[in-house]
Design a binder for this molecule. Structure first.
Ligand SMILES: [Zn+2]
Length: 213
């Protein structure tokens, strides 16, 4: 059988998902003695990893068969996902462990308490939508619904005019965010070349929240 890489790639594009890919690097703040990252390093926020700016790419989401095999082998956690990386994606060449992926076709609901004006008033993601903002009336303890702020790509919240939570008050923000994963592992057993043709690669993704923001 002759395999055609461009056919595979076209098929993946058709069943594919638009994704933002951020390539990951080990940070250079790792201590030579302990092997641990510097918890005070602002650039990586003590995670020991840094990420490139996002690059838009398309990946494929295959059938459940691969997942079933992984579950049987005990290599699967709740929420994991398998993807197929087409040869045409920059991830084929440079995708690696701890890369961050934002799935632009899939969202999760979030609901978080925040304090207006506090240094912690920041989201660890850019919301896809905001659906409700409320805080409590200090006397009645009943909810007051307000206008929605704008949120930058890196999660910084900016309030405009209208009914907004008072400075210092705790408010609740609810909305949706794009589902995020990190690349947990490439499947090493994949034959990436078949008769000289470069085939798509498979990789396992794990929910980003498990990385520990
Ligand atoms: Zn660092």
């Amino acid at each position: 059988m002759r395999l055609r890489a461009d056919h595979f790639d076209r098929h993946i594009k058709n069943m594919g998902q638009d994704t933002l890919w951020r390539r990951s690097y080990a940070c250079a703040c790792i201590s030579a003695e302990s092997g641990s990252p510097d918890p005070k390093h602002a650039l990586c926020r003590g995670k020991g990893r840094i990420w490139d700016d996002p690059v838009k790419t398309v990946i494929g989401v295959p059938s459940q068969t691969t997942s079933a095999k992984m579950i049987a082998a005990g290599l699967w956690e709740q929420g994991d996902m398998t993807i197929v990386i087409p040869r045409s994606s920059p991830m084929w060449e440079n995708g690696g462990r701890y890369d961050r992926l934002t799935m632009l076709n899939s969202t999760d609901v979030f609901s978080l308490p925040l304090t207006r004006g506090a240094v912690t008033e920041k989201l660890p993601f850019k919301p896809a939508t905001i659906t409700r903002v409320f805080w409590l009336d200090p006397l009645t303890r009943l909810t007051i619904d307000g206008v929605f702020p704008s949120v930058s790509d890196d999660g910084v919240i900016t309030w405009g005019s209208g009914l907004t939570p008072p400075v210092g008050a705790v408010y609740s923000m609810t909305g949706t965010k794009f589902t995020e994963y990190y690349l947990f592992d490439q499947f090493p057993s994949d034959r990436n070349e078949h008769q000289g043709v470069q085939l798509p690669k498979k990789a396992q993704l794990r929910k980003w929240d498990l990385f520990g923001r």
